[in-house]
Design a protein around this ligand. Structure first.
Ligand code: NAP
Length: 270
């Protein structure tokens, strides 16, 4: 029996166990994925514990995605450029860290629109925005960043050759795609994007997935946009982890259904 899990703090509301265990079951893989809560000052011991316990791989979530870098034997170039590790593979005692969040964002978007040469407006400049901006850059989109704290938008924009604006100028934003990466809308009926501007965009994606149809997505749908919910990115990033850990094609439909069922059952986080 192979053992996988998620390290973070807190992790009790994670959708990942439901998603990965459903995938293992569906494909008859003898493996289990569990919650591994790790308080911030125990990260070092937890990471060496992965080797000692022979845990095959873990997802990494807040607050450990950056702090884990110096504790790993090897880190991918992609994770370095994004500045976050969300996936660890234990390769016979050598711990390799990488990032699948950006692939999640890329696949969720490319299901609806080809990104090359498109103008993408990204709202927010936090950790999740970094993975989204990396994906957009890789795919050849032009990026316009809007954030409440302008300095943070400038910092991210300078790394990825994007343009930065303060969030209070969002009513001037236009483009082909709008991606909402702030936590606004999480378990609340609120949006930082005025509904009047939504008809300027072909596709609108929200990273918030609780509720699944946020106020932003409801208004975008009414404005005639194609919408992408936050679960899409979450499932695709998990599917890429599954592929890395098992070498097997992930059962996407099974993973999405398990995540949706879990979400419906309780209040959850990543
Ligand atoms: P983060 O690093 O803490 O960044 C938060 C962002 O939200 C910052 O840009 C922050 O602006 C902005 N913000 C927070 N409150 C705001 C407000 N009242 N008004 C305007 N802007 C506000 O968080 P994160 O890791 O990027 O996560 C953001 C959201 O994405 C969370 O809801 C998380 O659950 C979700 N998420 C989803 C996925 C997925 O796969 N679907 C993956 C990762 C995260 P300042 O810079 O001005 O503080």
């Amino acid at each position: 029996m192979k053992v996988f899990g998620i390290i973070g703090w807190p992790v009790s509301h994670s959708l990942s166990p439901a998603m990965h265990n459903a995938a293992f079951r569906a494909l008859g893989i003898k493996a289990v994925y569990g919650l591994l809560p790790v308080v911030p000052n125990s990260l070092k011991e937890a990471i060496s514990g992965l080797k000692a316990l022979g845990i095959e791989g873990v997802s990494v979530t807040i607050p450990h995605k950056e702090a884990v870098f110096p504790l790993l034997d090897e880190v991918s170039e992609v994770a370095r450029r994004i500045g976050a590790v969300n996936t660890i593979l234990n390769r016979g005692g050598t711990l390799y860290g990488t990032n699948t969040d950006w692939i999640g964002a890329l696949k969720a978007l490319e299901e609806k629109i080809s990104l090359k040469g498109k103008r993408a407006v990204v709202v927010g400049a936090g950790g999740s925005a970094r993975a989204v901006v990396f994906a957009l850059k890789e795919a050849g989109a032009e990026i316009f960043l809007y954030n409440r704290t302008l300095a943070r938008a400038h910092e991210l924009a300078s790394q990825f050759d994007a343009k930065a604006f303060p969030l209070d100028k969002i009513s001037q934003a236009e483009g082909d795609i709008l991606i909402q990466t702030t936590s606004v809308g999480l378990m609340e009926d609120r949006s930082v994007v005025p509904r009047e501007i939504l008809s300027r965009f072909q596709v609108v994606m929200d990273l918030v997935y609780q509720p699944l149809k946020t106020k932003l997505l409801r208004e975008a749908e009414e404005a005639g946009c194609e919408i992408i919910d936050g679960l899409s990115m979450l499932v695709y990033q998990g599917a890429e982890q599954f592929r890395l850990w098992t070498g097997v094609e992930p059962p996407l439909g099974v993973m999405r259904e398990a995540a949706e069922n879990e979400l419906r059952g309780e209040k959850h986080g990543n």
